[in-house]
Design a protein around this ligand. Structure first.
Ligand code: GAR
Length: 215
């Protein structure tokens, strides 16, 4: 069984999708620890629901980004995780953190990267009149929402729909795609070699993989 640590900041719906997939055996791994940088978020309730160990490490309690990131590493490294998953973790990470966990750190971002790193991706896609929007799963480097892309999931924007509806549709893609990627990584089908993602033939994914979702 592979060991996973999940970092969250909010609702934790992706955490729940991952936890379910671990529970059913679709992901051959156990979530050893959930860390939230925000207290009292719904994600912590979801962790409890799945009997997962969780810790709150509040970034406000630290003088610098580096000190906060070191506090995270102090919790993460003793676990010797195979994978550290950012699931709605809304902090920029220092290069010491991303370098230390290089090849073991993945993120899901609600845009078709390189479009719209950062915040308010859905609003930007709507306001720019984009036809497509989506999600990207990627290995994490020290750039904001940067690093080699593993896969992308796309949908067609309906201009008559609200931003809330679009967010909801994007979440559906995230909950389908993220556990599937994590399962492939846990099975050793996806790895990072230097700055290239390597896909074994058994993987559900491959170079420049993008799936269209009718959600
Ligand atoms: C997700 O949409 C995720 O892609 C996004 O935060 C949301 C968290 O939802 N992450 C980022 O924007 C990272 N840059 P959740 O807490 O319900 O999983």
């Amino acid at each position: 069984m592979k060991k996973i640590v999940v970092l969250i900041s909010g609702s934790g719906s992706n955490l729940e999708a991952i936890a379910k997939a671990c529970q059913t055996g679709n992901i051959p791994a156990t979530i050893e620890l959930v860390i939230s940088n925000q207290p009292n978020v719904k994600g912590l309730d979801r962790a409890k629901k799945f009997h997962l160990m969780s810790k709150v490490i509040e970034h406000q309690q630290y003088n610098s980004r580096e000190e906060f990131d070191q506090a995270l590493l102090d919790q993460i490294l003793p676990i010797e995780p195979d994978l550290v998953i950012l699931a709605g973790f809304m902090r920029i990470l220092s290069s010491n953190f991303t370098d230390t966990l290089s090849g073991k750190l993945i993120n899901i971002h609600p845009s078709l990267l390189p479009d719209y790193p950062g915040l308010n991706t859905h609003k930007q896609a709507i306001e720019n009149g984009d036809l497509m929007h989506g999600v990207s799963v990627h290995y994490v480097n020290s750039e904001l929402d940067g690093g080699p892309i593993i896969t992308q999931g796309a949908l067609k924007i309906d201009p008559s729909q609200s931003e809330a509806k679009l967010i909801n549709r994007i979440h559906k893609i995230e909950h389908a795609v993220y556990p599937k990627v994590i399962a492939d990584i846990a099975k050793g089908y996806i790895t990072l070699k230097g700055d290239q993602v390597k896909f074994e033939s058994d993987s559900n994914f491959g170079p420049n993989h993008m799936e269209f979702f009718n959600v």
